[in-house]
Ligand binder design. Structure first.
Ligand SMILES: NC(=O)c1ccc[n+]([C@@H]2O[C@H](COP(=O)([O-])OP(=O)(O)OC[C@H]3O[C@@H](n4cnc5c(N)ncnc54)[C@H](O)[C@@H]3O)[C@@H](O)[C@H]2O)c1
Ligand SMILES: [Zn+2]
Ligand SMILES: [Zn+2]
Length: 447
């Protein structure tokens, strides 16, 4: 991760406000005919400079100046526009709904109108300062929307396309990308650490000219956002936006953790500690994988009821029962795969303690950067493993369209996970998530 970037307010050179926010969507809500075949770019979106953006990495093949290609009523534009975004000045501060200045998409970038965005516990970790990010910034990292305009070099996405945004853009050329581990792309890590879209520019500013930082190229608690092309995935427009949004994080992480981190096989046994937005999708992933027993653990009886509806075979009320005692009673000897989907060190310790011989404990939750765990060392001789996952190890360009089909054909249940809320309700939604007052996933919807 890099140091905090210097302010770009003097670098951008685009100060005019030419396009009012209502023109940003251009009225072009028409889904693409044929509907969203996934079209990953070979090599993904390379790190590219923004117009007026100082000396960033030159574009492979020449670096022509950005010309926004748009079929919208607003027409081509290279001007800065305004949009509303929830801004966090510093960890612990209140979110402020602010009209910000948004630059047009640069090369290999896409302007997206957000239509739905989920509120994930990871947003709260960042807002509370447990996961440091350059500030001020716009949180939100689980979203779906419509393409409004594309920057130079983007030839495979058209305005109106329905897309899921991903915090996993990729350069396609770093060691991790070449090895097929695109979720560990070092260029994407640099964007995440600098809160920029290309290593240099953040793509938007506060009214006072200060650079506004990005959340891993998504920053979806905003009406419009510019994202790297390689983090934008076209999906079947038949899937409602609120369901599509979940594919960007909760579903990718939960189902991906089962498939890629744990590799749950049919007939194996699973326990999931924490049945919120992510944990319920671990349960769904385990059901789809054919797990023979799926033990759901939570403090909230409503979450446990939902877990049962989604495939849990057994439930443990952690407010009443001790996980380490009850789970090995329910599944003799412990489970093959135990997931911490809360993000508490003690839950990960519990997960390890309830794994059977040869089993795996998977850290799905995010922990504070200085969090530590203590486990008994001796059980490791039983070939137990402790594993982590970053967004379920998915390749969004492959897995998100496939998960969309799972949802459309009923293999994945999403509608019952969602509590829709208005965009303006974000502070209340965050308060409800903190207090555990939400059923599964709160999704802000935007017209
Ligand atoms: N690894 C990744 O890439 C990744 C991606 C997304 C989210 N996350 C992390 O996953 C975790 C879960 O996120 P979420 O959005 O589902 O959160 P959430 O708040 O929706 O869910 C947490 C659940 O844990 C339950 N819980 C809390 N304390 C408990 C206890 N002591 N015992 C049993 N259950 C308890 C809550 O009732 C709730 O249902 C967070 O730490 C989040 O940051 C990680
Ligand atoms: Zn998330
Ligand atoms: Zn890379």
């Amino acid at each position: 991760m890099s140091d905090q970037p210097r302010s770009q307010s003097d670098d951008l050179g685009l100060r005019s406000i030419a396009t009012p926010p209502e023109e940003l969507d251009g009225g072009a809500a028409t889904p693409r005919p044929g509907g969203g075949a996934p079209t990953p770019r070979p090599g993904g979106g390379a790190a590219t400079p923004r117009p007026g953006g100082g000396a960033a990495t030159p574009r492979p093949g020449g670096g022509a100046p950005t010309q926004v290609r748009s079929e919208t009523a607003a027409g081509p534009s290279t001007e800065v526009a305004r949009t509303r975004a929830w801004v966090l000045e510093e960890p612990g501060a209140d979110l402020e709904l602010t009209t910000v200045e948004l630059s047009p998409p640069g090369p290999e970038q896409v302007l997206v109108r957000i239509r739905a965005t989920g509120v994930c516990a990871s947003d709260v970790h960042v807002m509370d300062g447990r996961l440091p990010k350059p500030m001020p910034f716009v949180p939100g990292h689980e979203a779906a929307g419509e393409v409004v305009a594309v920057g130079d070099g983007v030839h495979d996405l058209a305005p109106g396309a329905h897309v899921v945004l991903s915090i996993l853009p990729r350069c396609g050329t770093c060691e991790a990308c070449v090895a097929g581990r695109t979720n560990h792309c070092t260029w994407a890590g640099d964007l995440a650490g600098t809160g920029t879209l290309d290593g240099t520019n953040t793509g938007w500013h506060l009214p006072d000219g200060r650079a506004l930082h990005h959340f891993n190229g998504v920053s979806s608690f905003a009406e419009h956002v510019v994202s790297p092309r390689s983090g934008v995935v076209e999906i079947d427009p038949a899937l409602p936006f609120s369901q599509a949004a979940l594919l960007g994080c909760a579903v990718a992480t939960g189902v991906g953790a089962v498939r890629n981190a744990a590799r749950v096989a049919a007939g194996q046994t699973v326990a999931v500690i924490g049945c919120g937005g992510v944990g319920l999708n671990v349960i769904q992933g385990a059901r789809i994988a054919g797990a023979s027993r799926i033990v759901a653990v939570d403090l909230d009886p409503e979450k446990l009821a939902l877990a049962t509806a989604l495939g849990a075979t057994d439930v443990v009320d952690a407010a009443q029962q001790d996980v380490r005692t009850v789970v090995p009673q329910l599944v003799a000897g412990g489970v093959d795969h135990a997931f911490d989907a809360i993000g508490r060190p003690s839950a990960l310790e519990d997960a390890f303690a309830i794994t059977a011989t040869g089993g795996t404990a998977i850290a799905v939750g995010l922990y504070a950067t200085d969090a530590q765990i203590t486990i008994d060392a001796f059980p490791l001789v039983g070939e137990r493993r402790l594993a982590g996952t970053y967004l379920g190890g998915v390749d969004p360009h492959v897995d998100v369209p496939a998960l969309a089909q799972d949802a459309l054909y009923g293999r994945l249940e999403l509608a019952s996970l969602i509590v829709e809320r208005a965009f303006e309700d974000l502070p209340d939604a965050v308060a409800d998530l903190r207090a555990g007052r939400t059923l599964a996933r709160q999704v802000l919807t935007l017209p």
